[in-house]
Design a protein around this ligand. Structure first.
Ligand code: ADP
Ligand code: ADP
Ligand code: MG
Length: 674
């Protein structure tokens, strides 16, 4: 058969990049298809040719067979790789690709079709003496299904035949819940997969999810590449996977491997695929389903076997024979993958979107990163919110765990919140270390409560130092509001805010160091000495009270608009290992613009709402004292006295909305011109 010369990847993000990497190594020309919101992503730039196929929605782009085939024709591609998700398990698409005279990097449409239907796959497995979870799938009649529930016993699962991604599943604990659960699972399956067929399965308690990677060529050789344990799941979705499965024995692996190969043989499988099993507390395993594509977690198999699964897929699609035997497949060490998603722990892990102000991926011995995004890319709402996968390989599970934890600690993602803290928490538990896993891991451990980003004093000291350095080196130095000193021994006062906490920092420069007096909330004032040692990109190396520390700091806003004056909403993201903070500078009120007409009148710099008056008419105030609080863009903004004086009038009331330039408070400034 002719070798592949140009490969189109009908996918996006990290998997498109992953496939291109192998193509580059093999000298195969690459074609990306992309949508408008994905225009700036690395996978588009890394392809030899990239074709825009849509505005955004997947249904009109990555799921649009016509557009993809058109792009293939336009780019002279001779093969199509579907990645995972999207059209990868769509038999109709595979058929169209083949009919267009292109090589399809995947199994036959027949295999995809058969395995895409969980009930048919179950029957096939059963026919080949592979155990399936006790259940019932012989009828689609809800009444018949319901009548079989008592025989299976409770708890049981109602599952969609066409289901995927953990959707279309309902656990039922008692007979009276059955009819309604069948109806609702069926409705959900119909709307999500266009097919409302459901079936019953016994709910296996305390199960593990263990799957087997299989690989098969056209001559009928079918081998397995060992197993992956994917029991760490959230809402039936894998988040941490590893190979080998903890506690796996040679004999159990051989048994599972043989079962997986039987299932693959039953559909004359060709290419890379995964047979998923559920394993109960007594190590009894049951066939769950077969995924007829490359799997998200394939890198852990690559690490321990040393094979490039994409290279094998391409060679098989070219008609090549597998270049090794089952006996030659060796398993070396242990690999663990963690999936980093943009999702908000504070909002029940709802997917997140938005610009990534910084992505710093870890490097190091045994560390691999498959990332879909880099700094300044944007996560759009149209697709999956997975940002990257970090994979660690070591000689033992303990070493791989430690390497992965270290790598995740060095990972820095600034922008939408991520599940990084969750991943690190999981890998730090005794339960993880014990290797005794089950799919209910997270409910047993309890999801970590979102830790409020704190105003740790070290963070504040680093923030003050960084702020001072920025002021010192800023090109807009001359625009800094009056009363603002960079040099000299005068005390400066800044206020910082982190969510609902505020802190005051009084600081001054003494020789080459800063002296800082910090008070956080109602807490005591503490004093610190900070010395700047050096800066390396985002990284600030400083000596804090005699201790050398390194912080990653990212100045948002002022970084993106370096020529602007100091503005409302300047924020700094600070990162040191496990500590991560977001601190915002509470802006000082600029001096009144209309000073000549109305001396002492303070006006609003931005539109906002008056939330609190801190002084009354007639009060004597001192320079720097907060006078009133405005809320603008969900941020509290304090208005400070620009000088000593007496409050003469307050033309606003609490609750009032003001526009930029509106009068807020008039101060009789007695000795204001110092
Ligand atoms: P597995 O492959 O281990 O079964 P999943 O079921 O989570 O893991 O992977 C398939 C899912 O990945 C799809 O259902 C889809 O939501 C998501 N997906 C598809 N394409 C991409 C992509 N390019 N990047 C990230 N996620 C994707
Ligand atoms: P999907 O197509 O969504 O991946 P699967 O059948 O592979 O569906 O199941 C996904 C996950 O749901 C499994 O990894 C497991 O956590 C859980 N699950 C599925 N079937 C059962 C069962 N019979 N008993 C207990 N848990 C199950
Ligand atoms: Mg599955």
């Amino acid at each position: 058969m002719k070798p592949i010369s140009t490969l189109l990847v009908a996918n996006r993000g990290e998997i498109a990049r992953r496939i291109f990497r192998t193509c580059r190594a093999e000298g195969i020309r690459t074609v990306a298809v992309f949508t408008q919101p994905d225009r700036g992503l690395p996978f588009v730039q890394e392809a030899d040719l990239a074709i825009c196929i849509g505005e955004g929605p997947a249904s009109d782009s990555y799921l649009d067979t016509d557009k993809i085939l058109e792009a293939a024709a336009q780019s002279n591609a001779d093969a199509v790789h579907p990645g995972y998700g999207f059209l990868s398990e769509n038999a109709g698409f595979a058929e169209r690709v083949v009919a267009a005279g292109l090589k399809w990097v995947g199994p036959s449409p027949h295999a995809i079709d058969t395995m895409g239907d969980k009930t048919r796959a179950r029957e096939l497995a059963q026919k080949h003496q592979v155990p399936v979870v006790p259940g019932f799938s012989d009828s689609t009649d809800p009444a018949v299904l319901a009548s079989k529930a008592p025989q299976i016993g409770f708890p049981l699962l109602i599952k969609a035949s066409a289901g995927g991604g953990g959707r279309g599943m309902r656990r039922v604990d008692a007979m009276e819940e059955v009819p309604e659960a069948i109806a609702s699972a069926s409705r959900e399956a119909l709307s999500a997969f266009g097919n409302g067929t459901v079936f019953l399965e016994k709910f296996i308690e305390h199960p593990r999810h263990i799957e087997v990677q299989v690989i098969a060529d056209e001559s009928g050789t079918i081998l397995h590449l060992g197993e992956r344990e994917c029991s760490i799941q959230r809402r039936h979705q894998k988040i941490i996977e590893e190979s080998p499965a903890p506690g796996m024995t040679e004999s159990f692996r051989a048994e599972l491997g043989a079962a997986a190969v039987s299932v693959a043989r039953a559909v004359q499988y060709v290419g890379a695929g995964t047979v998923e099993f559920i394993v109960d507390a007594n190590d009894q395993f049951y066939f769950l389903e077969m995924n007829t594509r490359l799997q998200v977690e394939h890198p852990v198999t690559e690490c321990v076997t040393g094979f490039d699964l994409v290279a094998l897929q391409l060679a098989i699609a070219e008609g090549g024979a597998l270049p090794f035997t089952q006996e030659e497949v060796q398993f070396n060490g242990h690999a663990i993958e963690a999936r980093i998603y943009a999702e908000n722990p504070a909002n029940d892990y709802a997917p997140g979107t938005g610009p990534l102000l910084r992505c710093r991926w870890p490097t190091g011995t045994g560390i691999r990163v498959d990332a879909g995004y880099e700094t300044h890319n944007e996560i759009s709402p149209f697709y999956d919110s997975m940002i990257a996968k970090v994979i660690a390989h070591g000689s033992t599970r303990a070493q791989a765990t430690r390497r992965l934890l270290g790598a995740l600690t060095r990972t820095w993602v600034v922008g939408p919140p991520t599940n990084l803290p969750l991943l690190k928490d999981i890998l730090s538990t005794d339960r993880w270390d014990s290797g005794v896993l089950e799919t209910g891991f997270l409910s047993l451990e309890g999801l970590p409560k979102p830790v409020p980003l704190n105003m740790e004093r070290g963070v504040l000291a680093a923030t003050c130092l960084g702020w001072w350095l920025r002021r010192k080196h800023a090109p807009w130095h001359q625009d800094i509001p009056a009363g603002f000193r960079v040099h000299g021994a005068d005390w400066q006062l800044d206020e910082w805010q982190s969510f609902d906490q505020t802190a005051q920092a009084r600081w001054r420069q003494v020789g080459e160091r800063l002296e800082i007096a910090l008070s956080v909330g109602e807490g005591d004032t503490t004093t610190h000495t900070v010395r700047h040692l050096c800066a390396d990109g985002d990284r600030l190396i400083l000596e804090l009270d005699g201790l050398q520390v390194q912080w990653d700091t990212l100045w948002d806003r002022c970084e993106r608009r370096p020529s602007a004056t100091l503005e409302d909403g300047d924020r700094v993201f600070v990162h040191l290992g496990d500590a991560e903070s977001l601190v915002a500078l509470v802006p000082r009120m600029p001096l009144p613009q209309s000073g000549a007409d109305e001396p002492g009148m303070l006006t609003a710099a931005t539109p906002g709402t008056v939330v609190q008056l801190l002084v009354s008419v007639g009060d004597r105030v001192t320079s720097g004292q907060p006078l009133l609080i405005l809320e603008a863009m969900k941020m509290e903004q304090r208005i400070y006295a620009p000088s000593d004086g007496v409050v003469e009038s307050i033309p606003v009331a609490v609750g009032e909305t003001v526009s930029a330039g509106d009068r807020l408070l008039r101060l009789d400034c007695e000795e204001s011109d110092t």
